[in-house]
Design a protein around this ligand. Structure first.
Ligand SMILES: Nc1ncnc2c1ncn2[C@@H]1O[C@H](COP(=O)(O)OP(=O)(O)OP(=O)(O)O)[C@@H](O)[C@H]1O
Length: 973
């Protein structure tokens, strides 16, 4: 029934609001276009003081006065003049009956004839006195946040009479925060949410308009409080010049700034409000944002959210303010009147052409909020008490009028074309962003059990844990250790191989020496020599094969271990702090064994290489030795038909001619063995021969081959007594092999135990060593070789048993050839062509070398002495130059030819030459041996067998002297 009596609510609602059913700003609050100011009303509850003035609910008693203001307070009881019907409609000053029956059930029934205004107002939203701060926020400001973030300016201002709850609504209390806190909280939350998409910059300013002056509430401490000027900017709107701007990072920063500004705000107690704000406060948040993925032109959105707490209007007559308060009230009222005029003008089509914004600072500040590009929310605060009757009524009337104000909102979007330099900046920013995100990602991963929001990011390889690190350390330590010993291992291995091989070489040499030093011309000498050489060759070849097999075996093992090591991967994530797992131990063990094998493999490889080198060297040396032996045999074969004396002399000549070859070999080998044994004992799995072993083996044969300097020179090499060293010769001790009983002082000449000089370098000189021999210097005390100055040439060879004087055997030239061109002189001396004082090959080196004096005749074999003949001097090794430029002056022409490989050879000799043993296929034994085949020891033996079978040579001593038959059947004798 009452509802029917009430005027139609819809008639009171503006058209714009009638169409708006979905929200305070219509269906799409973020769309551009015309927008009406959102007008909301909040009715505060009665204050405790007002509650005491309320008329007791005594029935039948008139307790509510007429329309009285504050001036009438105390004299008459209060009544409620604002009745909220729903969230959009309120009734101002309803009749008592209606009030009592419908709006105020506790109020007494009206018993007066007083006329009530009974005006209904419809607003966008009406909040009753029990509305919470959150409800007010959600119904007024919250929709603006998205608008601001979409580039729309927005303003929220609280309007109303003093003491009606404007500050309470905008700022609130610490326990019940108002719109500022709630707005900032959500605004910053949304900014953080969009951080990965947009760069949002937020700044804040806070000012007050007090007595028509603008003051910065956040001015830095110490700054002079000056009135700030207002500027109008076509693009930015109204700007307060000199206003400080602050950049809060969080909502806490905002609240700190707001509290600081509130402290600075002018506030004074008045009769109406103990905490009356005497100024208009304007808090502005400036938002500037752009997309992170910007192109050539970047859209920059800017917007300003203004939260304004106006000062309350007051009637001077009622507020009883004096002095400053009165002045403040006058200014407040003036600015609010200017605001009311602007609102009236904005709503009046006729006056719309001129809006009096300039009438006050407040209206100038709110110019764009009321009539410009801005979404505006007006929160009208009013008191329900009758003491605020006039103020509330006027406020509601203005608010109702403000509903007609329409603003034209536009998105503040600005397209900023990026300069090239902008790209650099962007790249830098994005690089920093990536860095920051990576750090954040790493931090999130480091959290135990937490993947955080980076779970979607590609999983990086796991960082090594402590256990894995331990395993790595162990492996590295193993590697380092093996690397350290590897070089010394090589050294030892080399030494061992060289020492072993050199001992064998010396044995060969000793055997050769023994064979050649004898006067056995029946062929067994050369047979023995050949046997010794072949045996040594076979031995070394066998040794080489053994090393090669070791090498193959270890290579195979190494490959296998490496493959297994690859298979046994570390567990992906071993648990930190635990001991190594069995898998890890297995892998480490594999690695260790692989490393050991690597070392062993290296050692064996080195040994193999060395043995190969030595074998090659040995082959060359054997070839050289056999060349001499073959020449000797060739000579022997030629001597078959010669007379005994001639043959013996020729043989001796040949012996002396071949000897330098062996001496040279011996010199090199002695150096090798000295150096090798001095390098120290080798720790090698192939047990190296100890120096003492090598020496003892050598000594076992050396005494028998030391050439005797006494008597006949026919001393049996194996059975003869040990020779006594003499001046110019070298004993065993001088070789350094029995250094415990040195017989040669340092500095004196020395020769090897085999009767050969040991080339010890003089101080500062360099001794050329055979290939494959280590350069280690002798260091063992008992193996020091004796020093011998200037022993580099054949001229330093010790004197050897000279050949006996040639026996002149008269024979017919037709039957008795003189194949070697020995021409006896008439006086018993060699002929004029026989330059007995020079080597038969004309070696010029004789001039540089001391020539050995011939031994006394009685020292020569008796049967070889020929009267009037001078002994043939010992020869030095012929040089290539001497071979090519000079002819042997004397001695046997055959011997010279044989020695020089000349063309005059017997068929047998040529055949022997073709079968020359050259096991390693090394360089030609001599330049004059073009037809010599390269044969292995086995091939050599085979060839010998075949030749022996094919050409047994019934009575040719030369064949037996070659030793072929002896290889197969033993020495012929
Ligand atoms: N909704 C409300 N709920 C509870 N208390 C309120 C409410 N609104 C206002 N008050 C109280 O009323 C008193 C005055 O409020 P407030 O200071 O906010 O008024 P005002 O409009 O800001 O006055 P002025 O214009 O003089 O500054 C304060 O003590 C405040 O706590």
């Amino acid at each position: 029934m009452l509802a029917e009596a009430l005027p139609a609510v819809d008639a009171l609602v503006p058209e714009a609001m009638a169409a708006d059913t979905s929200g305070p700003f219509g269906a799409n609050p973020d769309s551009a276009g015309e927008s009406a100011i959102l007008v909301t009303v909040r009715v505060r509850p009665f204050s405790p003081k007002e509650m005491t003035l309320m008329a007791p609910p005594t029935p039948g008693r008139h307790t509510i006065g007429s329309n009285v203001g504050l001036g009438t307070m105390g004299s008459k009881a209060l009544r409620k003049v604002v009745h909220v019907i729903d969230d959009r409609i309120l009734v101002f000053d309803p009749p008592e009956e209606a009030s009592s029956s419908r709006f105020a059930p506790t109020a007494p029934p009206a018993q007066t004839n007083k006329r009530h205004k009974d005006v209904r107002f419809a607003f966008d939203r009406v909040f009753n006195d029990d509305a919470t701060q959150q409800e007010v926020y959600l119904g007024t400001t919250q929709p603006l946040i998205d608008a601001v973030l979409n580039g729309f300016n927005s303003t929220v201002f609280a309007y109303g009479a003093t003491g009606c709850g404007k500050t309470h609504t905008i700022s609130g209390t610490p326990t019940d925060p108002g719109i500022i806190f709630l707005t900032m909280k959500e605004l910053f939350a949304k900014i953080h949410q969009s951080e990965h998409e947009r760069v949002v910059e937020a700044s804040l300013s806070y000012l007050e308009v007090y007595n028509e002056t603008i003051r910065d509430l956040l001015a830095p401490p110490g700054a002079t409080a000056t009135s700030l000027a207002l500027r109008e900017d076509a693009r930015r709107g109204v700007v307060v010049a000199g206003l400080s701007e602050h950049v809060p990072a969080t909502v806490d920063d905002v609240m700190e700034l707001v509290l600081q500004g509130n402290k600075n705000r002018t506030q004074s107690p008045t009769e109406a409000n103990a905490t009356s704000s005497r100024s208009h406060a304007v808090l502005q948040i400036h938002i500037r944002q752009k997309n992170r993925a910007g192109g050539l032109a970047t859209d920059v959105l800017t917007a300003t959210l203004s939260l304004i707490d106006l000062a309350g209007s007051e009637r001077a007559s009622v507020s009883r303010n004096r002095g400053d308060r009165l002045l403040e009230g006058a200014n407040i009222n003036r600015s609010l009147l200017a605001l009311a005029n602007c609102i009236n003008a904005l709503c009046d089509e006729r006056k719309k052409r001129h809006i009096p914004y300039r009438d006050s600072k407040l209206t100038r500040l709110l110019k764009f909020s009321l009539g410009g590009n801005c979404r505006t929310v007006m929160i009208v605060c009013c008191s329900p008490a009758s003491t605020y009757f006039e103020e509330t009524y006027n406020t509601l009337k203005y608010a109702n009028r403000a509903k007609n104000i329409k603003t034209k909102v536009e998105r503040n979007s600005e397209s900023v074309k990026a300069h090239v330099s902008q790209y650099v900046k962007q790249i830098k920013e994005q690089a920093e962003e990536i860095k920051r995100l990576r750090a954040e990602n790493t931090a999130l991963r480091a959290q135990p059990g937490g993947r955080g929001r980076s779970a979607a990011v590609a999983v990086e390889p796991a960082r090594p844990t402590a256990t894995l690190q331990l395993a790595e350390d162990i492996r590295n330590a193993l590697s380092a250790a093996f690397d350290t010993v590897r070089s010394s291992e090589w050294e030892h291995a080399s030494t061992a191989v060289v020492a072993d091989a050199c001992a064998q070489h010396l044995e060969i040499l000793a055997a050769a020496r023994a064979a050649l030093a004898g006067d056995n011309t029946d062929g067994t000498v050369v047979t023995d020599l050949r046997r010794a050489l072949e045996a040594a060759t076979e031995q070394i070849a066998g040794h080489r094969g053994q090393v090669g097999r070791h090498l193959d075996h270890t290579t195979l093992l190494l490959t296998r271990y490496r493959r297994d090591t690859k298979r046994a991967d570390y567990p992906a994530h071993p648990t930190a702090g635990r001991a190594l797992t069995s898998d890890q131990k297995y892998r480490l063990d594999l690695e260790r064994r692989a490393l050991e094998l690597t070392c062993a493999n290296t050692r064996l490889g080195r040994a193999f290489e060395l043995s190969q080198t030595l074998l090659a060297g040995l082959g060359r040396q054997l070839g050289t030795a056999l060349a001499g032996g073959t020449r000797l045999l060739d000579g022997l074969s030629e001597l078959i038909d010669a007379g005994e004396a001639d043959a013996v002399n020729t043989l001796r000549t040949l012996y002396h001619a071949a000897l330098p070859d062996f001496q040279t070999i011996a010199t090199g080998l002695a150096t090798i063995v000295t150096d090798a044994t001095a390098a120290g004992p080798a720790k090698w799995q192939v047990a190296p021969p100890s120096p003492s072993r090598a020496v003892s083996r050598l000594l076992a044969v050396v005494p028998s081959v030391v050439p005797s300097s006494s008597s006949s020179g026919r001393t049996s090499p194996r059975r003869g007594p040990a020779p006594r060293p003499r001046a110019g010769t070298t004993s065993r001790e001088s070789l350094g092999l029995t250094a415990r009983k040195p017989s040669v002082r340092p500095g004196r000449s020395a020769s090897s135990s085999a009767g050969f000089p040991v080339p010890v370098p003089p101080s500062g000189s360099v001794v050329k060593r055979p290939r494959g021999v280590l350069s280690a210097q002798p260091s063992l005390e008992n193996l020091k070789p004796a020093k011998r100055p200037n022993v580099t040439g054949p001229s330093s060879l010790p004197p050897l048993p000279p050949p006996p004087p040639m026996e002149v055997v008269k024979s017919s030239p037709s039957t008795r050839r003189r194949p070697w061109g020995v021409t006896p002189l008439a006086d018993g001396s060699p002929g004029a062509s026989d330059r007995s004082t020079t080597p038969p090959d004309g070696d010029s080196g004789a001039e540089q070398s001391p020539r050995h004096e011939p031994p006394p005749l009685d020292a020569l074999p008796a049967r070889s002495i020929l009267k009037g003949q001078r002994p043939v001097p010992s020869y030095t090794r012929p040089t290539a130059a001497s071979k090519s430029h000079s002819q042997p002056p004397t001695a046997s022409a055959t011997a010279n030819r044989i020695r020089s490989g000349g063309p005059v050879r017997s068929a047998t000799a040529r055949r022997r030459s073709r079968n020359m043993f050259d096991p390693m296929g090394s360089k030609p034994i001599a330049a004059d041996a073009p037809t010599r085949n390269r044969m292995s020891a086995r091939q050599f033996l085979e060839a010998a067998k075949q030749q022996g079978a094919a050409d047994p040579g019934p009575a040719r001593p030369a064949q037996s002297a070659l030793g072929f038959r002896s290889v197969q059947n033993g020495p012929s004798n």
